[in-house]
Design a protein around this ligand. Sequence first.
Ligand code: HEM
Length: 491
Amino acid sequence: MNEITILVLTVTIALVVISLWFGRKKRNFPPCPVFTLPIIGNLLSLSGDQRSQYRKWRKKCGDIFCLYVGSKTIIVLNGYELLKEVIIKRGNEFSDRPVSSFDTMAGSVGLGVITSSGKIWKEHRAVTLNILRKFGMGKNLLAERMQEEVNHYLDHLSSYHGNPVDIRLITRTSLSNVMCAMMFGQRFDYIDAKFNTFMAYLGDLFHYFYLNSFTDFLPLLRHLPGDFFKVKLLKREMKELFQFFNVMVERIREDSTQESVISSYLEELERRRKSGEDTTMDQENLLKFIFDMFIGSSETTPGTIYWFVLYMINFPEVQEKVFAEIKENVGTERVPTIQDKTKLHYLHAAILETQRLCSLAANSFFHTCLQDTTIQGYDIPKGAYIVPCLDSVMYDENIWGKDVMNFRPERFLDPDGHVHVPEEFVPFSLGKRICVGESFANTALVIYVSNMLQKFQFLAVDPKNPPSMDYQFGLTVLARSYEVKIVAREN
Ligand code: HEM
């Protein structure tokens, strides 16, 4: 590069930075809680624990505030009323997605369900819900496959014979295996090498997504030497994941004797093509859809079960009450099934309280708007990254009472002991983008924890010093790793 080119480049970059800087100042954006540096904006303030940061910033700025990274604007929305106003009532304006690093890593933008918008999203969301509904109805294939998997999981937990163990990985593996049974019509052995590589890749995607997503805001970071933002690693692993999905799709295409989500997708695709319908369903969207289903499920439901066990260790009186309810209504001779849910009010309340208190999807997933608009009189630029802060609702004292920080399942029970779920309970978000796996997750939570608590007692390794209920913040809010003693109950 000669000197003139360097000079021109420097001046151009400086002009872009200055115009962005002053452009923002001229517009009436929501308040920004921290000092904004040129180019990197508030990147440094965002890299820590966003849960406590956002709470502090809400106190300082109110229900809506804004942050900047690179050329992107992030708008954080807090409180149920504001979320309802923007995400539900104005859902047509605010239900699209900005480009996500999942797309950048996959090398395909806006396919499938999670990160798509417009026509592709509408069609794939509807197809997904239809297929999942079909699996959860009648014979309830979903519950059947979960029940089968939970037996393998319980056998595995038994094999520790009460010795201290961290159940994070095996819980994730087991829930992903339910997904495999649904998607591919087959489960894998826990020691299957291919399956374990697949699990490790999903783990990496979750682990590094948060770090990697900074490259969405500042794409230049992708080109730094080395691989600090895990761009190369995740690209390689995603490529292999998609190759694996491709192999599974081809197998199902050739021999689809087992009913599966993929065979249902392929049948529907065929039907639409034959009838000449204009469709976005195709092989590329199918592969991204499979990826979305694994990414949507692999950390969320197991993460909630991991929190549930942690609360049971810390609140043994709740655990005993749940067990007593199972003993009274199901007994110990047969395993609990999804049909028992209506009798297990306290267990259901304990699950709801776990979901509220762990607030696993604290910041939901980015939404965006395709046009410049306003919220509460503030300017919102098109393409802004909108954060529906679900955490602000799950910890709202005005909804849950002064003891919001406590684990108290009774808050979900009415005076007759029946479950009551307030409208403001939003672990799966709200509006048009509400999680498509909600009923899958709810079924899995009931089947897994009822079976686990019927069979075992979950005990602190050191009863005087139970594991802390601290969290690590990322794409989801996960409990810090802990060990537990799993002791078989005597009938
Ligand atoms: C406890 C478990 C779960 C929680 C807390 C959870 C939470 C969420 C949240 C907060 C969103 C974002 C909604 C928004 O954009 O406003 C979401 C979206 C999504 N989830 Fe879940 N989820 C869970 C389980 C699952 C499961 C089991 C699946 C798959 C069967 C799944 C698949 C998806 C998909 C595909 C989307 C994208 C929906 C769309 O963009 O239209 N999730 N989930």
